[in-house]
Structures are given as structure tokens and as C-alpha cells.
Write a protein that binds this ligand. Structure first.
Ligand SMILES: NC(=O)c1ccc[n+]([C@@H]2O[C@H](COP(=O)([O-])OP(=O)(O)OC[C@H]3O[C@@H](n4cnc5c(N)ncnc54)[C@H](O)[C@@H]3O)[C@@H](O)[C@H]2O)c1
Length: 402
């Protein structure tokens, strides 16, 4: 299917930059929001992304104007009669999204693909309110959408392969790296990232190390930034809410750290509120006070930190994802490099496991299980591979053939 015109519903943080990405590929895009000020700010966002390209000498002022002119704004569905794809990027609320999908289903031509940029809600549930569930799909961009290369394409239970292929091809025409991910809570990247972030918070509340010590350790490993800097950037409210969704979906092994709730309730939301894990001046004075109080209040016992505590949990989740046939080995590694900045030199969590040795990872997970409990319980597939001698690079075969 050719896509000649696109629409974005919801011109917030994500919608504005998704619209810019679409215009950059040369396609017209209409942005719809509920208030004129939001429509205007989305159009301003498109312009400002282009302007920053001009400022960096990447485009000329003459080049950007025709691109900017491809974006238009509206508060009605009048311009939706000839759109080939709609990307919904409204507030993360199932009721609002379902209403939007109902409206889109009534307004758009039968052939229009309805995609959602949801981070955590069910694509199948959104599809269920339409008469075209085969044309409803997840198209999950990462923040900021005009910078991040990855798009997860998520079919719901009734989505057709044709729709998935069309959206993969469309994503690639937007110069994105598209990865097909079967539907599961957190999809792929957030499902692997959240346990890693949550473990860092657990280690912090158990006074295993300070936030900056752990950030430094993970940067030394090769991550572009440490877990606490990342959470301050993403927003502690967003992280806390996603952690509850993960806890609800996967049960106690993903139980959200108490400190996340505490900081969220204190209004320490990260960069957006000035303070999060780090204080406004970048120090950890208030944080260490909060951790100390928490230690007394909850009598958390002191534990040890190691980068493996975070990384092995991520590897184990990657193996569970493989076991569930959510996606492939190569796509897990590509997505984690493109979506989280997992170090390219290492090559993704499964390449990392092959390098370290699957037997070493299994042994490490068993030790972590006896120390911290069942959240480290090794995936069955990992045990099977080790038992069968597929221990990674040293054996010539692991997740990859070496
Ligand atoms: N922010 C991120 O880091 C991020 C990353 C990936 C995906 N997402 C997902 O993208 C979506 C949007 O997130 P955001 O951060 O841009 O939110 P946002 O709050 O910045 O923007 C949401 C926009 O939707 C508009 N809106 C609400 N109801 C609407 C309706 N009925 N019709 C049209 N517009 C409506 C709001 O006015 C607002 O402008 C969410 O599903 C979110 O989970 C967010």
C-alpha cells in the first residue's frame, strides 16, 4: 500500500516530532488536537526541529520551508477523508484512546491504517472498538522521535500481516529502524529496560551504592547515561506509572521499588520538576537523606551493588522474550542498541551474554536468586542452552553462531 498522506492525532511531546519526521520524508501530514493552542504548539515544534537543523548547518533556510509547509494543523476531522495512515499520539489513557479510535474508524476511509504510539496499552483492545481490527497496529516511536531511530511495530491479535508489512515499510521510508514485536506489556524495549531501572532503584533503597556511583558504573560499562540520570530525564511519574503496569502484567517479579512511589508522591519527578533522584544542583544530598529515612522506616537491609545485578536481569528478560517468541535474537539486540543506547561495541544484551558465557550468566543468576529472590530466577531457555553446551562464543554457539 502506498502512503501519500498521513495524520497525527495528539500534537503533544511525541505528536509534534512524529509529524516533523513525516514531513522530512516528503509526505504531507495533518496534526489534530483538541485545542488551538496545542495545534499551534505542535506546528511550532515542527518548525523548531527544522530550525535547529539550520542552526547546526545541516539544512539551509530555503530547504526547510517546503518541508514545514507539508504540516498542517486542525481541530476537526475534515482533512482526514484522504489519509492513508493515522498515528494516534494522544494522552496515555485507554478511555481517551478508545474514543479516538472509534471516531477515526467512522471518519477515515476503509483502507486507512490506524496506528497507535501507545507505550503500554493493548493494541488488541484499541482495535476492538473499530470495525477494522486487521488495520489497527502499534507504531511505537521513542522520545525524541526525530532523533531516536527505532520504531517497534506491534500487531494486535487481529492485525493482518499486510498491515504490519505496510507499517514496517512506512517506518523505513521515514528512515527509521523498524522491529516487529508481538504484543506483550512493555512491548520489547520497555519490557527489558524497566526491570533494569527498577533494580537500580531497589539497590538504591537498600543503600547498596549511591545513585551517582551506580550511574558511573553503568556509563563505564558503555551506556550513554546511568539509570538514575535516564529516569530523571524520562520523568519519575512516567517511570513509576509504567512500573505499575509492568508489575500488574508480570506479577511480583517486577514489583515496583518503594522508593519510586515515594519520590513520585513527593513530586520529585526529575528534570520536569527540577528535582528527581538528583537535586536541582545535581547533588544527592536530599536523596541520601530520603534513602536514610527509608532505611529506618522500612528496615531495608543493606545489599551489594554490581553492574551484573542490573545487566543479568535484562539478559534474563531478553531470554524470556525469546522463549515467548515475541521477536528474534537479532531484533532484540538491534532494538536495545537503537532504543536504549546499549553499547554498540558490545552489540546488545544477547551478544553480551554470548561474550560473557551463558554458563557464567546462569551461574550469576542462580547466585542473585539466592541473594535477592525469585526475580532473578533464570529463564528455562537459558538452562536448556547451557545444558546442551550452547554456552556462547567460547563454544562457537550461543544465541549466535560464532
Ligand atoms: N513521552 C514519551 O517519552 C513517549 C515515548 C513513546 C511513546 N509515548 C506515547 O505517546 C503518546 C503521547 O505521549 P506524549 O508524551 O506526547 O503526551 P502529551 O501529553 O505531551 O501529548 C498528548 C496530546 O494529546 C492531546 N489529546 C488528548 N486527547 C485528545 C483527543 N481526544 N484528540 C486529539 N488530541 C488529544 C493533548 O491535548 C496533548 O496535546 C502516549 O500514548 C505515550 O504513551 C510517549
Amino acid at each position: 500500500m502506498y502512503i501519500y498522506k498521513a495524520a497525527v492525532v495528539g500534537g503533544g511531546n511525541m505528536g509534534g516530532s512524529i509529524a516533523q519526521v513525516i514531513t522530512y520524508s516528503g509526505l504531507p501530514v495533518v496534526i489534530k488536537d483538541i485545542k488551538q493552542e496545542f495545534v499551534d504548539s505542535a506546528l511550532d515544534k515542527v518548525r523548531s526541529i527544522y530550525q535547529s537543523r539550520v542552526d547546526k548547518g545541516k539544512m539551509s533556510p530555503g530547504e526547510i520551508e517546503p518541508k514545514i509547509a507539508l504540516a498542517s494543523g486542525t481541530m476537526s476531522y475534515d482533512d482526514f477523508s484522504d489519509v492513508d495512515i493515522v498515528i494516534e499520539a494522544v494522552t496515555e489513557d485507554i478511555k481517551i484512546k478508545k474514543q479516538v479510535f472509534k471516531e477515526l474508524d467512522e471518519i477515515c476511509p476503509e483502507s486507512t491504517i490506524l496506528a497507535s504510539n501507545t507505550s503500554a496499552l493493548s493494541i488488541s483492545e484499541l482495535a476492538s472498538v473499530t470495525k477494522r481490527p486487521e488495520k489497527v497496529v502499534g507504531m511505537h516511536f521513542f522520545n525524541p522521535a526525530h532523533v531516536m531511530k527505532l520504531v517497534e511495530v506491534i500487531p494486535g491479535v487481529q492485525t493482518s500481516d499486510e498491515t504490519v508489512m505496510d507499517v514496517m515499510a512506512f517506518s523505513e521510508s521515514l528512515r527509521k529502524m523498524a522491529v516487529r514485536v508481538e504484543e506483550c506489556p512493555g512491548f520489547l524495549v520497555n519490557r527489558l529496560l524497566m526491570p533494569y531501572l527498577n533494580e537500580a532503584v531497589l539497590a538504591l533503597q537498600e543503600a547498596a551504592a549511591t545513585a551517582s556511583e551506580m550511574d558511573k558504573a553503568m556509563v563505564e560499562f558503555g551506556m550513554p547515561m546511568g539509570p538514575f540520570t535516564l529516569m530523571d530525564m524520562l520523568g519519575l511519574d512516567v517511570c513509576y506509572k509504567v512500573s505499575l503496569i509492568m508489575q500488574d502484567a508480570y506479577g511480583p517479579r517486577m514489583a515496583s521499588a518503594y522508593l519510586s512511589e515515594k519520590l513520585y508522591k513527593m513530586g520529585r519527578l526529575g528534570q520536569k520538576s527540577g528535582e528527581g533522584f538528583y537535586d536541582e544542583d545535581g547533588s544527592e544530598k536530599k536523596l541520601s537523606q530520603i534513602v536514610q529515612e527509608l532505611q529506618q522506616e522500612k528496615s531495608f537491609s543493606k545489599t551489594e551493588f554490581s553492574p551484573e545485578r542490573l545487566l543479568y536481569l535484562m539478559v534474563n528478560e531478553a531470554v524470556l522474550v525469546l522463549q515467548e517468541k515475541i521477536t528474534s535474537v537479532a531484533d532484540i539486540d538491534i532494538a536495545m542498541m537503537a532504543g536504549t543506547g546499549f553499547p554498540q561495541e558490545i552489540g546488545g544484551p544477547l551478544k553480551y551474554a554470548d561474550e560473557i558465557g551463558l554458563d557464567v550468566i546462569l551461574d550469576g543468576l542462580n547466585k542473585l536468586t539466592s541473594e535477592f529472590g525469585f526475580r532473578f530466577h533464570p529463564a528455562y531457555m537459558l538452562k536448556k542452552m547451557v545444558a546442551g553446551g550452547l554456552t556462547g562464543k567460547k563454544a562457537g554457539r550461543g544465541f549466535y553462531t560464532h
